[in-house]
Design a protein around this ligand. Structure first.
Ligand SMILES: [Zn+2]
Length: 293
């Protein structure tokens, strides 16, 4: 018996392989049929079993229905959709036979409209469509959206925030401290002290403003005498840029509100810590008030 099985296997192995089609000159790179047929090895049989894709493709993207031409999905060669519908891959279908993509379909219409005729989304959808274009790897759409607002503005802003590598961590600290403080006190609000200072040495000589210029001429060892941490919850600074304290405050408030956190802030004075001789820290301190509910 084992011998007969072996013989059967041998005869299967010796079966002639289907002829390899020669791609004609017009479809050397683009014709998906030729490409799938030219696959080698054991996957050949599986590829022959993949059904031919229809010209009109019904889609189910995370439960939302769409219909488009196959040529629309294949518009740009290096995209995920072109790869999915190239005929080389198995694409699952739902109970109604629609090709299923397990992704929120909210912005898929914007993606299709771009593939159909180059239409771009309205400004309020640009950010989210960009995320989808990243997922589907649609390079030409990403290139155009990159130059649209609010993404361009975001890049300009990020160039400033890159000066503060700790920025995101400090935002998290504000949220954490605000949350724990409110829970601990069973309060609706939480207040935090946040120091925001722009200059490397924002220390000014008390009652002797003429010494102010000296702060840029101090040696490193002298500078150490002035180093200290203000008694606040979180401290941002220093940075070297045209953007000032108010610009950074704007970033903090905007980013917190994007996280759904309502925050008000007001300057409540300066740090009065005495450092050395006539020098006092004069960094501005802001009170942040987070309203949780
Ligand atoms: Zn201080």
């Amino acid at each position: 018996m084992p011998c007969r099985v072996l013989m059967l296997k041998m005869s299967l192995l010796s079966l002639p392989r289907p002829p390899r089609p020669t791609p004609s000159s017009h479809c050397r790179t683009k014709c998906t049929r030729c490409r799938s047929l030219s696959f080698d090895g054991g996957r050949r049989t599986l590829l022959f079993m993949l059904p031919q894709l229809p010209e009109v493709i019904p889609l189910n993207v995370g439960g939302m229905g769409f219909t488009t031409r196959l040529s629309t999905l294949l518009r740009y060669e290096d995209t995920m959709l072109a790869a999915m519908f190239s005929g080389r891959h198995y694409v699952p279908t739902d109970a109604e036979g629609r090709y299923f993509i397990d992704r929120d379909g909210t912005y898929f219409g914007d993606i299709l409209n771009f593939l159909r005729c180059g239409d771009l989304p309205p400004q309020e959808r640009v950010k989210m469509v960009y995320k989808e274009a990243q997922y589907y790897s649609i390079g030409p759409l990403l290139d155009i959206l990159d130059k649209m607002q609010p993404l361009t503005g975001e890049k300009v802003r990020q160039a400033f925030l890159d000066l503060m590598p700790y920025y995101k961590d400090h935002l998290e600290r504000i949220i954490d401290i605000g949350k724990h403080r409110a829970i601990q006190r069973k309060a609706r609000f939480a207040k935090l002290k946040v120091c925001v200072f722009k200059e490397e040495m924002p220390i000014t000589p008390y009652e002797c403003p003429q010494f102010n210029a000296l702060r840029f001429e101090r040696s490193e060892s002298e500078s150490k005498l002035f180093e200290h941490h203000c008694e606040v919850d979180v401290s941002f600074g220093p940075w070297e840029a045209v953007a000032d304290v108010y610009d950074l405050l704007h970033c903090i408030v905007t980013d917190l509100s994007e996280r759904g956190i309502a925050v008000e802030h007001q300057c409540i004075g300066v740090c009065d810590k005495h450092l050395i001789n006539h020098y006092y820290c004069k960094r501005p301190i802001y009170e942040f008030k987070i309203t949780w509910w």
